[in-house]
Ligand binder design. Structure first.
Ligand code: NAD
Ligand code: ZN
Length: 270
């Protein structure tokens, strides 16, 4: 099936679905200028993630300094980025009333900026726009920390309440998944009738198990990704290509079938 035909089929499935779960990965944000991990030129070509694990962050002041140096380098990239048509398409699915949950592995906050609500959005790998103390749990203002780090006032933030270790609120390698968000994501996978995966290599667990859970519970599965994924064999429809282009096309086809959908999608994708 070519990509135009697969977008048409995915659009039909979307128009007929009643409870959609969208699962997104770093690939939905590359067209907003944020590199993913695994594509050539991605972050893994430039940084060694095995050096920045959660255990090392906790144990070593040197790792905390390296971590914050990298975080300070990448933060402006996230705050400057704008949502692209793929994010807007996901927001339109919520506006149409069909979105059960948006489960994102991304930490960039672009879905919320595109219009998805906090109630429907589950950030299973946390958010880079927030920070907190890993010793006492106190939230810290990430924008303010960034300003102080850039100004050279601090090299590593410390918690003023307990003197503890402050970390961006993302889930690092080796760090436990957030229990509430993980449970919400798996509940939604079990309860949806359609799951659309956009821009994920589906190699990172437990997120990569969500499509299996959805299919096991009877849902259809659409996978939108530039490259093959290990879950392609479970997909009802596979769409290869740019997330921004194909998600816009999928939405257009859904709008051709469902007037309610068209009303939700048109203002977003104009
Ligand atoms: P990944 O890097 O493992 O995979 C991204 C996938 O998207 C790849 O298979 C690639 O072929 C595909 N892709 C890239 N650009 C695309 C495009 N424009 N259109 C269609 N497909 C495209 O990402 P992942 O599965 O999300 O897992 C990596 C982890 O990295 C996640 O846990 C996430 O937390 C983190 N991460 C997040 C961001 C972000 O927030 N934007 C960026 C980098 C990494
Ligand atoms: Zn503290």
């Amino acid at each position: 099936m070519n990509s135009v035909e697969s977008c048409r089929r995915a659009g039909e499935m979307l128009a007929r679905a009643e409870a959609v779960v969208v699962l997104t990965g770093a690939g939905i944000s590359t067209e907003s200028g944020i590199p993913d991990f695994r594509s050539p030129g991605g972050l893994w070509d430039r940084y060694d993630p095995t050096k920045l694990t959660f255990d090392r962050f906790c144990a070593s002041a040197e790792t905390r300094r390296d971590y914050w140096r990298l975080a300070t380098e990448t933060y402006p990239l996230l705050t400057r980025a704008e949502p692209n048509p793929a994010h807007l398409a996901v927001a339109a699915i919520e506006a149409s009333g069909r979105l059960l949950k948006l489960v994102t592995q991304n930490i960039d906050g672009l879905h919320q900026r595109a219009g998805n609500s906090e109630q429907r959005t589950v950030e299973i790998h946390g958010s880079s726009l927030k920070a907190h103390c890993i010793d006492c749990g106190r939230p810290h203002d990430r924008a303010e920390l960034h300003r102080r780090l850039l100004a050279g006032e601090i090299a590593v933030p410390e918690c003023e309440a307990c003197g503890g270790r402050v970390k961006p609120s993302t889930i690092s390698f080796g760090q436990a998944m957030p229990e509430k968000e993980t449970a919400e994501a798996f509940d939604a996978a079990r309860d949806c009738d359609l799951m659309i995966v956009v821009g994920s290599s589906l190699q990172v667990y437990p997120a990569a198990a969500l499509p299996d859970e959805a299919v096991r519970s009877g849902a259809s599965l659409v996978i939108v990704n530039r490259e093959p994924t290990p879950k392609d064999e479970n997909a009802t429809v596979i769409v290869r290509g740019s997330a921004a282009e194909t998600m816009s096309l999928i939405l257009k086809h859904a709008g051709d079938i469902s007037a309610g959908f068209k009303a939700a999608a048109d203002p977003m994708l104009r």
